[in-house]
Design a protein around this ligand. Structure first.
Ligand code: NAG
Ligand code: NAG
Ligand code: ZN
Length: 630
């Protein structure tokens, strides 16, 4: 994920509310009409969930047994979600069984029986080996991180293409012109008047220029500021000239902080600064700078650790408050030898395709970006996103019959520099009668425990004047999550991967989303859910009200009925292990690793990799096998 990714990682009620006030973050929440629609949809989903619970209760305790041996046809838009479905139920005893599924939901939403078998096969196939983790470890151990323009990226692409061919999958590549930025030698020292030079922790920001002397660097006084307003005031007073500006804004969220990384150098340069250092964009720090893209300025720019940014700020304050004791402004020596070659190389998108058996012209596209930054090994961002998509198509190709729609996996290149791979892909594959995208699905926020998906329906579905009682794509997916994943216990924790939250998207599929195609993203659970830390470098904002998180869902259900049995039944299905920590959709936990040396195979387990692959494969299968318009 890069600065281009403008949708929020927090597709929650709190977030939707925030977008109408200050946050300039989500691509999909820019216009208020869309907000209103989404709000109405949320209400409807809330109502829908309530109906599900009511229906389950009705089913368990009052429903006469009746037969439901038929595969039902798709009956979308004909029945209201609250329609009382009749279905056969073998009773609560079956609830503990692995294959327990609510056939009533299947009937209501048209989940055909062969889909049950396919989903079983997908899960079995995915869980049977560690191939996802092993392959990614082999590639990243062998070739290292994959910054765009590098040989490491192209060698990794060749390696993948070879392996995909060995999987007997159909694979092509398409060329993308890219730039090549190399960090080369870099260092930062705090020139302490008392101790002498103290080595600080930095990572140059992508596309930064070198220091004018790339070997001896530059030495200058620092000027620590918190905000652009503060810098502009000091700039007008002539106090920025010749200084190294240190942006020491605390991280509150990626969406509100990344502008400082992206534009901090450009803003500082306007006031005559000689360099810009940006406090790391992360919610937690163990002397961890985070690299990432910046808009190329004429002055060099680098990320410094949160600890070092605070050290410089304290030193500046001491000088200002006790000038007799600390007569000198704090100074730093910055050396950067970075180089940029524009349009230097040809990189490639990798495209793997499985033709649909009934509607080959309708394409479900999924994937991640194969490029990474040049630190760590790019396992989290976004190697694993690509590899669970790869496993998805490998599993779907092994089913008795391919899905109805074409499934296409893309390993997009150069996401970290303006998502050119995604732009080129959208240009090369325009919508036409012969081939059109019906669902675009990206994984680019890491893979930890699976949580679910974020989803935005297509423009045509958003515009559709529909009977308020009819089933929306969102309703359909929520029911599918409940039906295919809600009762599973083998994907990490009970019901793992079943959630559907509003606001889907991703940097590589954004050109498709902008055309009005339905967009979704794979969403892991947060590896470090709030509240989690007493560290001063950890976020302090309170946990979000998260209506879709497991714990609050439990509260919600508890609230639903004094009818304890139903509650226990539901509880049993999703909370088999009472001591299990509740999951939350990924938020700040992903940003522990983002663009750091810690982005390695150590961030997640082989189990998480295969369970996430299974979840992505199930959602892809649902999108590709169904005949609804998303
Ligand atoms: C791919 O196809 C070849 C030839 O049909 C076969 O020998 C091989 O086992 C297949 N590989 C896989 C992974 O299915
Ligand atoms: C890559 O980023 C740099 C710095 O922002 C920019 O100048 C360049 O145009 C970008 N490359 C592409 C292909 O967009
Ligand atoms: Zn990424």
């Amino acid at each position: 994920m890069s600065e281009k990714q403008q949708y929020s990682l927090l597709p929650t009620a709190a977030n939707s509310a925030a977008t109408t006030t200050t946050t300039p973050n989500t691509t999909f929440t820019k216009d208020t009409a869309a907000d209103a629609t989404r709000y109405r949809r949320r209400l409807r989903i809330g109502f829908f969930k309530l109906c599900l619970v009511a229906a389950a209760f009705y089913t368990l305790f009052w429903m006469p047994l009746d037969d439901d041996s038929n595969d039902s046809d798709n009956i979308l838009n004909e029945r209201s979600p609250s329609h009382h479905h009749h279905h056969h139920h073998k009773g609560v005893h079956k609830a503990h069984h692995k294959d327990y599924r609510d056939r009533g939901l299947a009937k209501q939403y048209g989940f055909a029986k062969h889909m049950d078998a396919a989903v079983e096969q997908i899960v079995e196939g995915t869980l049977e080996s560690n191939i996802v983790w092993d392959r990614l470890a082999e590639m990243t151990d062998t070739y290292g991180p994959r910054i765009v323009g590098s040989d490491a990226l192209e060698k990794s692409i060749d390696w993948i293409v070879g392996k995909v061919k060995a999987d007997n999958l159909s694979v092509t590549t398409e060329d993308v012109m890219v730039d090549y930025w190399q960090r080369n030698e870099e260092s930062l020292h705090f020139l302490s008047p008392t101790r002498g030079p103290v080595k600080l922790h930095i990572l140059g920001l992508g596309y930064s220029v070198a220091t004018p002397d790339p070997v001896n660097g530059l030495t200058a006084e620092v000027l620590v500021v918190q905000s652009k307003e503060e810098l502009d005031q000091l700039g007008e007073a002539g106090e920025v000239e010749g200084k190294v500006v240190v942006w020491n804004r605390r991280f509150d969220s990626y969406d509100t902080s990344y502008m400082y990384r992206l534009e901090g150098a450009v803003w500082a340069e306007k006031h005559g600064a000689v360099a810009a250092l940006v406090r790391a964009l992360g919610p937690f720090s163990l002397q961890t700078p985070h690299t990432g893209g910046s808009i190329a300025a004429k002055i060099p720019t680098a990320s410094i650790s949160a600890e070092d940014a605070d050290l410089l700020e304290r030193s500046q304050r001491r000088h200002q408050q006790q000038p007799e004791q600390y007569p000198d402004w704090p100074k730093v020596k910055l050396v950067m030898g970075a180089t940029t070659d524009l349009d230097a190389r040809v990189s490639r998108n990798i495209i793997v395709e499985l033709k649909g058996r009934e509607k080959p012209e309708e394409v479900v596209v999924l994937g991640g970006h194969i490029d990474s930054w040049d630190v760590g090994s790019g396992a989290v961002d976004d190697g694993i996103g690509c590899f669970i998509a790869w496993e998805t198509i490998r599993q779907l190709s092994r089913l008795d019959q391919p899905p109805r729609r074409t499934v296409r996996v893309v390993f997009w290149t150069s996401e970290e520099n303006t998502s050119v791979g995604g732009v080129v892909y959208a240009k090369n594959h325009p919508e036409s009668k012969e081939s059109r995208h019906v669902f675009a699905f990206e994984s680019d926020t890491g893979v930890f425990d699976p949580y679910g998906i974020g989803f935005t329906p297509s423009q045509s579905q958003r515009n559709l004047l529909r009977d308020p009682k009819s089933i929306t794509p969102m309703d359909y997916l929520a029911a599918a999550g409940e039906y295919f994943l809600g009762s599973r216990e083998d994907l990490g924790y009970p019901g793992a991967g079943r959630h559907v939250l509003p606001n889907g998207g991703g940097a590589d599929i954004e050109p498709l989303c902008e055309k009005g195609i339905a967009c979704a993203n794979f969403m892991p659970a947060d590896p470090f859910p709030l509240p989690y830390s007493t560290s001063p470098y950890a976020l302090t904002r309170p946990p979000l009200e998260q209506e879709d998180s497991d714990d609050s869902q439990e509260r919600h259900q508890y609230h639903q009925g004094e009818h304890g049995h139903n509650h226990l039944h539901r509880r049993h299905r999703h909370h088999h292990h009472p001591d299990e920590a509740p999951r939350r959709p990924v938020d700040s936990g992903y940003f522990y690793y983002h663009h750091t040396e810690a982005d390695t195979m150590g961030a997640f387990t082989p189990e998480q990799a295969k369970q996430s692959a299974a979840v992505m494969a199930i959602w892809t299968y649902i999108a590709a096998e169904s005949d609804i318009e998303f």
